[in-house]
Design a protein around this ligand. Structure first.
Ligand code: GCW
Length: 656
């Protein structure tokens, strides 16, 4: 198969600096087996990397007394847990110490990263242990090859209801292992049609191949499950988790699955959500549904990851009391403590749905006795479809660092369980549609490994590995990435209100696109003001937070301004802390957003001689689409609010 995909940040091209050569000429293994899958992959990676970058072909030697090389040794896990590693440089060699094979793999990737970034290995002395236990990617890939909310081509896992296993699969495993990912769900959470059959022998052989490839890189494979599978696979005519026939059907099914696929991580389940069936259909709780599966998975060490994206998607827009933002909390809080220990609740970062600005979901950490995993989306469904640049690491850091209750952050809530992202990959040559969108994939993995890394540090690593270590390139691209989220926010929906997007597609503006819909996604603008009243006088959503956040959000004067319209219905003439009225703020930010995109484009163009030609061209093309999008947003939003409010722009700019 001809390789028509890039190597992203694992770009083992010749590097000028050969200072590191003295550490790369030989390898000695102590306490690890060179033939085990993970170790042999780790060695292969090291050989490939240093061969490409430094032109050396290291040999594996038996004698412990090595010179000019790498000594890999096993230590007790009280010193460094399974996935961690310690790296120390001595005069003529480097030690990688780890208690488990994964640690070795991650240690090697760390070394290669240093070389890629042209950093000397001399004097290195670091211990690295992942901050979060499960670091996962969720693919929304369908078996026909399409990808729900995918903007990077088609699936590289599925095509025409068949599973693809090829060299690209292995390269993908290498890429995500290199950033510390240790779990992957390969199919869409909306499990329909052929995907329901992934848990039947029809697919076992191919799923096993995928599972084994990933296992060789320390990654567990998971499948999304159809809760209504019994009905669709010829089992009982019900999916009621209390029905004995249903339970015994699942018992048999799960036994078959684990016999064929030992070591499978478990299942991800979207139930009672957006038309997917679930326990509510039978008058049971979410815990009843999750526990039924968890009990059966327990003997195999499998996890049930249960999504909390459960809300009424057939709402009446006239109804001002029902509030979609409340739904996750209202549906799950009552079940806190009811879940078996191999159940994990997977909760989106915000209470709505991956908007450019949302408060942190009050369910995260609102639950006290339940395993929780944070879900974010790097597929930019509402944040520019990988056409518009939108580096999301700053947002993820805000969420993890959110002080949700005295001295407890979201990171504290999830660190022992997990962090996952809906991924942005597809079979495009560059994997992520826009080359710059790969910074989100890279960034998610690195952040999940080490939450104290700053968004700037992560961006810099990615740029150096992927584009170039040239100072100007690093500084210009870093600036573009770091300002991109705010820029996107400026030209799209203001102050946390969200939505206003083209229905279904979710790219481009349509201010009233969802205003009179069933989806619970309203901005409630009238001639006096804009925003949803979620205070105690409104939908009462603010009461789902702990103090001090509950009061902070409830009071318009203390509510963080970037979330003002999420929590309050605010008059156009309300004066913000900047001294500007709300309406003027809307106009100003929308004009600024477009100017900032123009500025980014100029900055990118200045790098034409320094960026690989194809990347330069493709990103430039995306930027021109982003500019069109930004102008459309600016003009539609400004015009809409000018017409609603009748208030003119103080600066007299063109509004239609
Ligand atoms: O926002 C919605 C998306 C759906 C997605 C759903 C979910 C997979 O528009 O496409 O379905 O979220 O998260 O389940």
């Amino acid at each position: 198969m001809e390789k028509n995909w890039t190597s992203l940040w694992l770009k083992y091209h010749a590097k000028a600096s050969r200072n590191n050569l003295k550490f790369c000429e030989m390898v000695h293994l102590d306490g690890f087996n060179e033939r085990s899958a993970i170790i042999s992959n780790a060695l292969e990676e090291f050989f490939r990397g240093v061969n490409g970058m430094l032109g050396v072909k290291p040999s594996l030697i038996k004698e412990a007394n090595i010179k000019n090389g790498l000594r890999i040794l096993r230590i007790a896990d009280e010193m460094i847990p399974d996935e961690g590693f310690r790296l120390t440089a001595e005069a003529d060699h480097i030690n990688i110490e780890a208690s488990g094979e994964n640690g070795v793999l991650y240690g090697i990737f760390f070394l290669l990263r240093q070389i890629l970034m042209e950093k000397p290995l001399d004097g290195i002395n670091i211990t690295s242990i992942p901050d979060i236990k499960n670091r996962m990617l969720n693919h929304w890939d369908n078996l026909d090859g399409s990808i729900e909310r995918g903007y990077s081509g088609s699936s590289f896992f599925f095509k025409e209801n068949k599973i693809l296993v090829n060299e690209r699969t292995k390269d993908y495993a290498r890429l995500i292992a290199s950033i510390g990912i240790n779990g992957v769900v390969i199919n869409n959470v909306n499990v329909k049609d052929a995907a329901t059959f992934l848990i039947t022998p029809a697919y076992f052989d191919e799923v096993r191949k995928l599972k084994d490839i990933f296992a060789g890189y320390g990654i567990k494979l998971f499948l999304s499950l159809n809760f209504a599978a019994p009905l669709e696979l010829g089992g009982p005519d019900s999916a009621d988790p209390f029905d004995e026939e249903v339970i015994s059907w699942w018992r048999g099914q799960i036994a078959t699955v684990y016999e064929a696929l030992p070591g499978l991580g478990g299942f991800l389940v979207k139930a009672d959500s957006e038309g997917r069936p679930g326990p509510f259909t039978y008058g049971r709780t979410q815990a009843d549904g999750a526990n039924m599966l968890a009990r059966l998975l327990k003997p195999y060490g499998g996890l049930v990851i249960w999504r909390c994206f459960v809300y009424n998607c057939t709402q009446d827009w006239r109804d001002r009391k029902t509030d979609r933002a409340r739904a996750g909390y209202d549906n799950f809080i009552k079940t806190d403590g009811d879940y078996l220990d191999n159940v994990v609740l997977q909760i989106k970062n915000g209470p709505m749905d991956f908007q450019i600005r949302e408060p942190v979901s009050p369910l995260l950490g609102g639950l006290k006795e339940t395993n929780q995993m944070l879900e974010v989306q790097i597929a930019q469904e509402y944040t520019g479809h990988q056409i518009d640049v939108c580096y999301l690491v700053p947002m993820f850091k805000e969420v993890l660092g959110f002080n949700h209750q005295s001295d407890e952050t979201i990171f504290d809530v999830i660190k022992k369980i997990g962090f996952c992202a809906v991924t942005n990959t597809g079979n495009d040559e560059n994997w992520t549609g826009n080359d710059l969108a790969a910074a989100n994939l890279y960034g998610f993995g690195r952040l999940a490994w080490s939450v104290s890394l700053t968004a700037a540090e992560i961006a810099e690593e990615w740029i150096k590995m992927t584009l170039s270590c040239d100072e100007e390139t690093v500084s210009v691209v870093k600036k573009i990435l770091l300002s991109s989220r705010e820029t996107y926010e400026k030209y799209t929906s203001p102050l946390g209100i969200g939505w206003m997007v083209t229905p279904h597609l979710h790219y481009g503006p349509s201010v009233d696109g969802y205003e009179y819909s069933l989806w619970g996604t309203y901005h409630r603008s009238d001639h006096l003001g804009i925003g949803v009243d979620r205070t105690l006088n409104g939908t009462g959503y603010t009461s789902q937070y702990h103090e001090p956040n509950a009061s902070l959000y409830d009071d318009i004067e203390t509510c963080p301004e970037e979330l003002l319209l999420f929590f309050h219905h605010v008059p156009y003439k309300y004066v913000l802390k900047s001294g500007k009225t709300l309406i003027q703020h809307i106009y100003d930010t929308h004009f600024e957003g477009v100017l900032e995109v123009e500025e980014m484009i100029r900055a990118w163009e200045g790098l034409s001689a320094k960026i690989p030609a194809q990347v330069f061209k493709l990103v430039k093309e995306r930027f021109s689409l982003q500019l069109i999008n930004a102008k459309e947003w600016r003009d539609q939003v400004n015009t809409y609010f000018y017409r609603k409010s009748g208030i003119k722009d103080e600066k007299g700019r063109e509004i239609f």
